[in-house]
Design a binder for this molecule. Structure first.
Ligand code: NAP
Length: 314
């Protein structure tokens, strides 16, 4: 008997199906793709390909066997109470997105290290005032999260000459990077970090991790770069530390509420640089091969790559 084709539903409130489906249909002609809500028979769907799926939709696919995310972070997906339990979820580890994130990290670190944010303010005030030069070797960059994104950024910063330390749950060995774990390891990283970069997944254990107590451990005049999720940083504590001069600057790409509300103090704060959650976007040119390979693995009955450990939340 001929094998029934794998049925894949594309479910996203943020990405147009036209960005993905034509290439997927070409790469996987043996599979059947449909974009929600134009799914003829929800019970026949085997796989959901998702990016910010509307709450409740995945619960309608009663025979779902695999969820492939088109994003690297899955906190939003896991917080949907209607997410079908027990269905394996793979996140996307996209080489283009990893490269984009490292460019964003390096750009922010260099902006701070070379005082460019201060020279922009000086230009606005027509002020000609050279500031003290530091070498990359004078600065320590601490990276919270040494996963797909953190390792790449750490390695590139180390290649530029920065002293780099990092923190993860399980012990890591990364050439040129001082790696730490545990509560003590976090404190060691914080005490040394002239620049603190957050690249953690948002989980119960990491929510609010950058709070007043931990900001206080950073060297005076340090800089915070949050490119992971807004809820990693306690906004009130960050603003208080900036206003008190404990921190010199914050580069923020992610926020508790997105889009950032019109009246939020970050917008006009002289020590805050805001970007609209663009640190790294999914890049279909590099991500397509990863998604195709994982759908093929699923269809062959193999374990897909980059499966999420739902107990750990990432
Ligand atoms: P990943 O590969 O899963 O790596 C996560 C890292 O965080 C790992 O090193 C992990 O430790 C560590 N970690 C997790 N929980 C921890 C804890 N409780 N204590 C210490 N370390 C902990 O994730 P990724 O692909 O690098 O992505 C990280 C996050 O970046 C995503 O979850 C997403 O939210 C965010 N992101 C943002 C954008 C943007 O445009 N702003 C784009 C893409 C992703 P182990 O290595 O020991 O597991």
């Amino acid at each position: 008997m001929a094998k029934r084709p794998t049925r894949v539903a594309f479910v996203s409130s943020e990405i147009a199906p036209a960005r993905w489906l034509p290439q997927l249909e070409t790469a996987l002609p043996e599979m059947r793709f449909e974009a929600w809500p134009e799914v003829a028979n929800a019970q026949a769907v085997d796989v959901a390909l998702v990016a910010a799926p509307p709450a409740g939709v995945l619960g309608r696919f009663s025979n779902l066997r695999f969820i492939q995310s088109l994003w690297m972070g899955v906190d939003g997906l896991l917080s949907d109470p209607t997410l079908p339990r027990g269905v394996p979820i793979a996140r996307l580890v996209d080489p283009g997105m990893v490269a984009a994130m490292s460019e964003t990290v390096v750009a922010r670190v260099l902006d701070w290290h070379r005082h460019l944010y201060r020279y922009r303010a000086q230009q606005a005030a027509r002020e000609w005032k050279p500031l003290k030069q530091f070498m990359a070797t004078d600065r320590t960059v601490g990276i919270l999260g040494l996963g797909a994104l953190g390792v790449d950024a750490a390695t590139k910063l180390a290649a530029l000459g920065f002293r780099v330390c990092g923190w993860s749950r399980r012990r890591k060995t990364i050439p040129g990077v001082f790696c730490h774990t545990g509560t003590e390891g976090l404190e060691t990283v914080l005490r040394q970090s002239d620049v603190l970069v957050c690249l953690l997944p948002l989980t119960a254990a990491t929510r609010g991790i950058v709070d007043a107590r931990r900001i206080d451990l950073l060297p005076s005049g340090a800089c915070v770069i949050n490119l992971a999720r807004g809820a990693h940083v306690v906004e009130h504590d960050l603003l208080a530390a900036l206003d008190a001069g404990r921190l010199s600057h914050a580069y923020l790409d992610v926020f508790e509420t997105e889009p950032l509300p019109d009246d939020h103090p970050y917008w006009n704060h002289p020590q805050v640089s805001v970007t609209p959650h663009i640190a790294a976007l999914t890049e279909p040119r590099t991500a397509l091969a990863k998604v195709v390979a994982n759908l093929e693995r699923f269809a062959r009955g193999e374990t897909p790559e980059a499966l999420v450990d739902t107990a750990s939340g990432y």
